[in-house]
Design a protein around this ligand. Sequence first.
Ligand code: FA5
Length: 346
Amino acid sequence: MIAKLDELRSRALGELDSIDTSSGLEAWRIRYLGRKSALTEVLRGLATLPLEEKRATGAAANELRTFLEKTLTLKEEAIRESEIARSIEQGQLDVTLPGRPSALGRLHPTTKLLRHICDIFMAMGFEVIEGPDVEWDYYNFEALNIPQDHPARDMWDTLWMDFETEDGRQPMLLRTHTSPMQIRVMESRRPPVRVIVPGKVYRYEATDATHEAMFYQIEGFAVDKNITLADLKGTLFEFAKRLFGEERKARFRCDYFPFVEPGVEMAIDCFLCNGAGCQLCSGSGWIEILGAGMVHPDVLRRVDYDPDVYTGFAFGLGLERMLMLKYGIDDIRLFYSNDLRFLRQF
Ligand code: FA5
């Protein structure tokens, strides 16, 4: 049996010498290492041999298999290298051809506008701060003058969740606006503060052409001695000019938010019709872009700012709505439907 194995080894090596293609090598592997090979048959027949012979033959057969497998691997590498060399020689692989260009990513339009708006406010001396998307009821509502059962809670359809604490499950929510950051920032600093807060906000609402369940807001606020509504107006009118162009007009009108007094909405004259009235501005000539107002004295008291000494303004704008206005886009859902034909236009 041992002699048969020796003969098998020299036959296999002899044949291997003359092989120079991958397909030839595969045929060799099947012949000498495959399931029906002579070597596999020897290994299968071991059980029927007397003990002494089984031991010697088994060791020799296993050694031969390991040897043939190693030899096969070495030969495979050699053949692969020579095949590559051959194909280069025959010109099949032209290493001088230009490579395939890899597609470059680009910034999403909301990211671009968000950075642009942050730049405008930073140039006016505002600092950019971000806050958590998941919030406590206290920051999103209570501290902003919206206690439990206050009808103003209906202004923000809320996505609630539970959070496990040592005292049991506590209700949390996905922030419905960036205004909670007014409280978080004022709690941790003394005036003067001049901050903008860009970030995602979430609302439990059915989406349509102008409403998304997730969108971006940019909050801005400034608190110091002697800040008045004129400072709010000056800041926001200047911002509108820098973003939309010198020729744009802006106006304030009364609005209601529980955490400001007085509250205002700001609108700019319609780009499309220059204020004459068209479909985009619903015939009014004006397009609303944000909510704002003077920080309510109760909100200041809650963060230990004395409202007799300090005053401040705050505003919150919707980023996607601004993009829609800037580029005349008629459906907000296009921003997050991942259609590259749409996104590549920006
Ligand atoms: C607020 O969220 C207030 N926190 C804004 C504020 C801040 C007022 C500071 C006063 C002082 P409002 O719910 O109106 O307000 O949302 C602000 C802006 O977010 C809107 O003007 C609009 O541009 C945008 N917005 C509101 N709901 C949606 C929605 N579902 N999809 C996309 N944008 C929205």
